[in-house]
Design a protein around this ligand. Sequence first.
Ligand code: DGL
Length: 269
Amino acid sequence: MNLCPIGVFDSGLGGLTAVKRLIELLPNEDIVYLGDTGRVPYGSRSRETIIRYARQDAAFLISHGIKAMIVACNTVSSAALDLIAPGAGVPTFGVVEPPSERAAALTKNGRVGVIGTAATVRSGAYERAIARINPAIEVISAACPLFVPLAESGRTDAEDAAVIAIARDYLEPIIASGADTLILGCTHYPLLRDAISSVLGEGVALVDSGATTADYVAVRLREMGLLNGSDTPGERRYFVTDIIDGFETQASRFLEADVSGSVRQITLE
Ligand code: DGL
């Protein structure tokens, strides 16, 4: 029995894809979420800047006495997961390995697409993770930098012609490769899932990096004896580094639960 909360962070809304699944799987756990909305997007920044921001994010969550941390950001997980919270004694989970495992198990034709931020694609983290699992799998990657601002601004509708035009352009190399499985290698991208699916068609299986990681973490926390065993619903607190309005609206829509009153604006040092 461990009553401490689970900490989750991302540059913005994207990490809520992990939170949503965590709430489904572990409804009685407390969750502290940090979205660094004042500095989103991370994906267009240098590795040094991403690491600096991520260390501040992690320190903030650790100061809340968390028992485990999900780095629900592929950009940070790819840049240097092991540099984020060394020595803090908090089990830390990134979002690259679980979807890599899932995609390697799902693909039938041995071709897996990965879409992510420029920093994630540049890092080659998915190519390395998938090669460790099955070196015969071919990985085709594409950066989709405009997907994050679209998701943050709530512009995600599959009927929106501008969204579809951008998705078609970005996904063209994935379609051309014949990949039958696509990792949404940025936690923001599931917010655009309908648009992505409508461009790719039903023959391509989509793997959600945030949700797949939440599945993995739920199993690991149970194995580690870190679940709280409580039968009362968990408390969820959300922190952002810019005005709360947009986050509150988008988060309530995405989580299908009213989060107003649980969101606070903070400053990171
Ligand atoms: N959601 C994050 C990711 O998974 C970061 C997106 C960004 O800030 O560029 O990569």
